[in-house]
Design a protein around this ligand. Structure first.
Ligand code: NAD
Length: 350
């Protein structure tokens, strides 16, 4: 069967990593025709926008995309392409498996956590008002003295609809992958109405899945628990902002951003991407680890039904990491990323 999949090289270290993934997948006997489209800096240069309509159209047509990282300028410039893409395509569920591969340098053993992060709501919804704007002034007035008059304002919506669908997604995921426990994580002791609603809905959904243990933790305590005893956790279910932060924490537990894979799912489309960003200081140096994007491609293969090649790819990556002879700097080696990829290809062929 031939698959047509949208490929977004992105910017920074994205293009070099995407090329590597293409090459490795060529050795897997899966017939993929890539439809390559620009987003981020190259699209800005060519079309004057970081997210041209053809990117959205291509994903809508092909239903599946593999994406390199895209830079988001801080404070000014364009809004995050990543966030816009997730919102435009309604990719409401972000899944980030964090497990330790033997050979990875980490202080921990026995970590196998899946982060399920709500992707469209919360402080990431993009509703912000500059200081002294009319909406900011209006909200400040409503706050009755709780907010300084020169504050900029971000809105944090958490809805029943949004929480219901991510909670159902998480429990269905747990069922499908035979996971035993879901820990919902928020700061509901302080944000009683928004985070409180998130817990309330998760609790309601949990009742339909008695075979899966459900518990709740506050995000500050959760961070400490993860650092001290990560082996106690299975699936973490979080709203958008905490999910983003805790993802990097968990990536740190299992060896860093170089090995952290991810996927974004909606009811119709799926976009696979590493957790890491465009690492601009490493651009063009071929230094950064290709594992994170390769493992994201492994999730993509699984998703399209190519489980055997997906397992084969994971096995080959795992062997190369375990041997430790030809790995990138973050795994304690000095191989270039394409050299590590060649080693992975050798394993695939052997
Ligand atoms: P980053 O993830 O790009 O890099 C932070 C550091 O992590 C790097 O300096 C490097 O030391 C390490 N690192 C990252 N990827 C690695 C890899 N594959 N192998 C080994 N080490 C790796 O984070 P940042 O510097 O905060 O962000 C850079 C840009 O990327 C920002 O504009 C940010 O908004 C964007 N970003 C994009 C995405 C995305 O496209 N999904 C995700 C996160 C950040």
């Amino acid at each position: 069967m031939k698959y047509r999949i949208t490929l977004i090289p992105g910017d920074g270290v994205g293009p070099e990593l995407v090329n590597i993934v293409k090459k490795v997948i060529e050795n897997l006997n899966v017939d993929i025709e890539w439809e390559e489209v620009d987003a981020g800096e190259p699209a800005m240069e060519k079309y004057g926008t970081p997210l041209p309509q053809q990117v959205i159209d291509s994903i809508k047509k092909n239903k599946v995309a593999l994406k390199g990282p895209i830079t988001t300028p801080v404070g000014t410039g364009f809004r995050s392409v990543n966030v816009s893409l997730r919102q435009e395509l309604n990719l409401y569920a972000c899944v980030r498996p964090c497990k330790i591969y033997p050979g990875v340098k980490t202080k921990y053993e026995n970590v196998d956590i899946v982060i399920i992060r709500e992707n469209t709501e919360d402080l990431y919804c993009g509703v912000e008002f500059p200081a002294f704007s009319e909406p900011a002034k209006y909200i400040i007035e409503l706050s009755k003295g709780k907010i300084f008059s020169d504050a900029a304002i971000s809105i944090k919506p958490i809805s029943k609809t949004g929480t219901m669908r991510i909670a159902k997604f998480a429990f269905e995921y747990a069922k499908k992958y035979n996971r035993k426990k879901i820990t919902a994580v928020t700061k509901a002791n302080i944000m009683k109405l928004t985070d409180g609603l998130f817990f309330e809905i998760c609790r309601e959904v949990a009742k339909n899945y008695p075979e899966i243990e459900y518990e709740e933790k506050l995000v500050d305590n959760m961070c400490m628990q993860l650092v001290q005893k990560p082996e106690l956790y299975d699936i973490l279910l979080l709203p958008n902002l905490y999910g983003d932060i805790v993802s990097d924490l968990c990536a740190g537990l299992v060896g860093g951003l170089g090995v952290a894979a991810g996927a974004n799912f909606g009811d119709e489309y799926a976009v696979f991407e590493a957790v890491h960003g465009s690492a601009p200081k490493y651009k063009g140096l071929n230094k950064v680890n290709p594992t994170a994007l390769l493992l994201s491609a492994k999730l993509m293969l699984e998703y399209i039904g190519e489980k055997e090649p997906a397992d084969k790819l994971e096995q080959a990556i795992s062997e190369v990491i375990k041997e430790g002879k030809c790995v990138t700097y973050d795994l304690g080696g000095n191989a270039k990323n394409y050299e590590m990829a060649e080693e992975i290809i050798k394993k695939l062929k052997s």
